[in-house]
Design a protein around this ligand. Structure first.
Ligand SMILES: Cc1ncc(C[n+]2csc(CCOP(=O)(O)OP(=O)(O)O)c2C)c(N)n1
Ligand SMILES: [Mg+2]
Length: 671
């Protein structure tokens, strides 16, 4: 057991480094980091199991940070274990540095998740815990049973609504591999917490099925005991509520206390206050970026302990692998991040089917062929047709993770963040479904998946006003334009941050799913119809969908006009061509499942499909902006200009101009 004095000295070391990073950067958040230092230090010096020589070891414990503004605490802690240099700490928030303003996922350096938008980070941790349970059940590898997901949350994360969803899921699924620390310092950015919350947080989490421990979060001995107890809890997640002191050890320039002060939330301590604080914590204000000798020794000892712990756990894994070579090979494949091998010829599509049903046909095959896939739905599995997957497996349950379906309940953001956490954990391929209109509840998570380059599959059905009688609340209009903006936004590797696919018929849906499964380094969105759609003309070359836009079979050479659309509007265009041809008009129909993918093709291809100077007519059930970029000055787009209306969808098609006759009329006016 480490001497408490040394633990306290190490926590002070973290406080000194964190405050100094912010001081040097002239921006950042010292107060929270200084209050949380004791917890993170006890965790890393005594409990967190990881392999210093093999940072992405699959069985490692994981630390998920929710309050990204406490980055200086995490970076300083990681400097104590050698993952960051003292020079790198001094580059906080600077261009090109590995220590940006809020941590961005970098598991090799000990950062398991990007954090910044409060609430999401701890939900990623819950998703990772689900993945660990799933892998334990599906591989039998004993290492996953031993893995603990440690989560750090603050007042902001508890206040965010998503915490209700995360806690509900963790409680319902009995995630006893979760130990969450709540840094309860009574202070937030602009007020003391009592101005905005007077709940009994412990009672709330108990009611949601958690075991709760309440301690002084700046007392190393109490933290140690609480972690011991939390790890021992069976059948439930554990929450340690630590009352902490914001800005612990901070002094003002006159030497009076600067603790428990909102001002230390998000600004450097400043000048003499900084110097007084560093001296008070036992550091040298002129030379603050130092790791104390006894702290170096503390972490050197821990590194030795870890060698033994990791050797034992890896020996267990090796024994398992020897007995289960096939499972071990499968597990290695799952963690490789490579696309799974799928025999797509096995997918049987029905002619004229709704694309949500076509998606179900694919999911049914994926459930059989991709044993590490987890599919989720926010209580709509029989409508969003993720039940195609569910019918081949069963739902994950407390104590039984042998299934592969995650029933998230009506909580779209929670579901999305859990899926992201599964992807962060590695070893599993998550997908999740709901109605497209409710993608509005998921966008913050889609953005984070895009930023982290995670291959989560978002399945959004009921893609247009043709939802019909459910009325405007359920009819997406502007959602496609919104999500397609993510195709225009590049990630930091220069790739479109999200792949967005809206297939035109059942067969094209198989292609879209193939592209989704082969996309291993960004999220994919599949936008699918509720209503049946006529097949594209016979002989259509569906493989061309991989280019984002392609010429549909039956198109004329040397066209007078090019008609383009995505999803079910393509078949409306095809119907319109028959009327146009009767007038001798030569027509090309182009299906555009993904503008982003199309724009990634060579210029020659783009020009061959949509040559400049040829008149173009676009049809979209969303906002015209969906196609205006492709139509340009060569024509016009017929789309929706307002929210939808309640009526049977065929009536809406008539009223809103989504008919062969209107296509004919609009195109004639154009020519
Ligand atoms: C979703 C979201 N909303 C707002 C913010 C801006 N913000 C960052 S920290 C913070 C206050 C958080 O208070 P707390 O979690 O108690 O942190 P402490 O002040 O104790 O460091 C706010 C509002 C954010 N990062 N994420
Ligand atoms: Mg706080």
């Amino acid at each position: 057991m480490n001497d408490i004095k040394v633990l306290n000295h190490a926590a002070d070391n973290i406080r000194i480094l964190a405050a100094s990073m912010v001081e040097k950067a002239k921006s950042g958040h010292p107060g929270g980091a200084m209050g949380g230092a004791d917890f993170i230090n006890v965790l890393y010096s005594e409990y967190l199991q990881y392999d210093p020589a093999d940072p992405t070891w699959v069985g490692r414990d994981r630390f998920f940070l929710d309050p990204g503004h406490m980055a200086p605490m995490l970076y300083s802690q990681l400097a104590l274990i050698g993952k960051f240099s003292l020079e790198e700490l001094q580059q906080l928030r600077q261009w090109g540095s590995p220590t940006p303003g809020h941590p961005e996922a970098d598991p090799k350096r000990g950062i398991e998740n990007t954090s910044g938008p409060l609430g999401q980070g701890h939900t990623f941790g819950i998703g990772a815990a689900i993945a660990a349970k799933f892998l334990a059940a599906h591989t039998g590898n004993p290492t996953f049973e031993k893995e603990t997901i440690y989560i750090y949350i603050s007042d902001g994360g508890v206040q965010e609504e998503i915490s209700q969803g995360a806690a509900r899921i963790a409680g319902t699924l009995g995630l006893d591999n979760v130990v969450m620390f709540y840094d309860s310092n009574d202070i937030q950015l602009s007020t003391e917490t009592e101005e905005v919350m007077n709940e009994d947080t412990a009672a709330k989490y108990r009611a949601l099925g958690w075991e709760v421990f309440e301690i002084n979060g700046n007392d190393a001995a109490q933290i140690r005991t609480a972690i011991e107890k939390a790890k021992a809890v069976k059948g439930k997640p554990a929450l340690i509520i630590g009352k902490t002191v914001m800005g612990k050890g901070a002094l003002k320039e006159d030497g009076s206390s600067y603790e428990r002060n909102c001002k230390t939330h998000g600004a450097p301590l400043g000048g003499d206050a900084y110097k007084k604080t560093i001296a008070n914590l036992g550091g040298d204000p002129e030379n603050a970026f130092v790791i104390f000798d006894d702290v170096k020794e503390l972490y050197a000892r821990r590194a030795e302990e870890l060698k033994k712990i990791v050797a034992e756990r890896k020996a267990e894994e090796a024994a398992w692998a020897e007995k289960n070579p096939e499972c071990a090979a499968a597990q290695a494949e799952w963690f490789s991040g490579k696309a799974p091998k799928v025999d797509w010829t096995k997918v049987q599509q029905k002619s004229g089917d709704a694309t949500r049903n076509a998606s179900a046909a694919v999911l049914s095959q994926l459930a059989e062929q991709v044993p590490n896939m987890i599919c989720a739905s926010a209580d709509l599995s029989n409508s969003d047709k993720t039940d195609g997957f569910l019918k081949k497996t069963h739902a994950l349950k407390a104590g039984d993770f042998s299934g592969a379906f995650f029933q998230a309940g009506v909580a779209e953001l929670t579901m999305a963040c859990c899926c992201i956490g599964m992807a962060l954990h590695g070893g599993v391929i998550p997908a999740c479904g709901t109605f497209f209109v409710f993608s509005d509840y998921m966008k913050p998570a889609v953005r984070m998946a895009a930023l982290m380059e995670l291959p989560v599959k978002f399945i959004w059905t009921h893609d247009a006003f043709r939802v019909g009688e459910d009325g405007p609340t359920h009819e997406p209009v502007e959602q496609e334009a919104q999500i397609r903006l993510m195709e225009k936004l590049k990630n930091h590797h220069g790739k479109n941050s999200t792949l967005v696919l809206r297939p035109a018929d059942a067969q094209e849906t198989t292609e879209a799913w193939r592209l989704a499964m082969e996309n291993t380094d960004s999220p994919t969105a599949l936008i699918l119809s509720r209503q049946n759609i006529a097949d594209l003309p016979a002989g259509n070359n569906y493989a061309e969908a991989a280019k984002g836009a392609y010429i549909v079979a039956g198109s004329d050479e040397q066209p007078d006009v090019i008609l383009l659309a995505s999803g079910s509007e393509v078949s409306t265009l095809v119907a319109g061509t028959e009327l146009l041809r009767k007038d001798g008009v030569k027509v090309r129909v182009v299906s555009v499942p993904s503008e982003g993918l199309f724009r990634s093709q060579p210029k020659e291809y783009q020009q061959a499909i949509l040559p400049a100077g040829v008149k173009k007519f676009g049809l979209t059930a969303g906002l015209p902006v969906n196609l205006e970029g492709l139509v340009g000055a060569d024509g016009c787009v017929w789309g929706l200009q307002s929210f939808g209306f309640s009526a049977p969808y065929k009536v809406l098609d008539e009223k809103l101009g989504f008919t062969a006759e209107n296509v004919y009329k609009q195109v004639k006016a154009l020519l």
